[in-house]
Design a protein around this ligand. Structure first.
Ligand SMILES: [Zn+2]
Ligand SMILES: [Zn+2]
Length: 237
């Protein structure tokens, strides 16, 4: 698979940056998913020419930094209609936010395990203030896992086991983290990747208030090969 980072910030974008958004393609290029669609993702998706070729959008949860660009995407699809509505898989709550996705251009579904083209997609609940899923995609003999937004959670940790590439929510520094926080810390992302035997770790949901290099160093205390998910970069899984 090929993963392109269309957004790596949260809960707001860095200057010139973008919030959560990941374009995942199969090796053949015949299956393409967009995972999350936060602030600043749509323009990058359009720059890829990918709106026409997407098979589905998977939203980890309905916080704005993960879905706000779905709103202007409706306009883009009105002016560039697809033969069929674009399938969108998302949690069912908060209902008021989900209602914003009830548009003719979208085919809205609950987040349940399914096969999309060549990809097998699985969801598991994460630990966050609103219903949120970690997402795993298996394809081409590899397993990609995205934690969504989460703090430490036994189910999420099991779900990450053996990931070929783990994309982890690094929303907090260790100093700002607590057991009741909505996010993992950078250090905990490193520990998660280590205990789950992940082959590769990318840190995302980078809060612009932190220096990315400081977060990276924290994660590397537990997982020496940790990397930052770099905006615009492509990772082969
Ligand atoms: Zn977030
Ligand atoms: Zn969130």
């Amino acid at each position: 698979m090929m993963l392109k980072i269309l957004g790596n910030n949260g809960p707001y974008p860095a200057p010139g940056g973008a919030c959560s958004g990941y374009l995942l393609s199969s090796d053949s290029g015949n299956t393409r998913l967009l995972i999350d669609c936060g602030t600043g993702v749509l323009n990058r998706l359009l720059a890829e020419g990918a709106l026409d070729t997407l098979d589905a959008v998977l939203l980890s949860h309905l916080h704005y930094d993960h879905m706000s660009d779905m709103l202007p995407m409706q306009y883009a699809l009105q002016f560039n209609p697809r033969p069929k509505p674009l399938p969108v898989y998302a949690p069912e709550a908060p209902e008021a936010v989900r209602a914003l996705l009830e548009a003719p251009c979208f085919d809205l579904w609950p987040a349940e395990d399914l096969t999309i083209g060549e990809m097998r997609v699985a969801f598991t609940p994460a630990r966050h203030p609103v219903p949120t899923n970690a997402i795993a995609v298996e394809c081409d003999g590899e397993r990609f896992v995205f934690t969504g937004d989460s703090n430490q959670d036994a189910l999420v940790e099991l779900f990450c086991e053996g990931a070929s590439l783990l994309l982890a929510d690094c929303g907090l520094s260790a100093a700002d983290h607590s057991f009741t926080a909505p996010h993992y810390s950078a250090r905990l992302c490193g520990e998660l990747a280590k205990s789950a035997h992940a082959k590769r770790l990318l840190l995302t949901h980078l809060n612009p208030k932190y220096a990315p290099q400081a977060l990276l160093e924290e994660a590397r205390e537990a997982y020496p090969n940790a990397e930052l998910a770099e905006l615009g970069e492509v990772y082969y899984i």
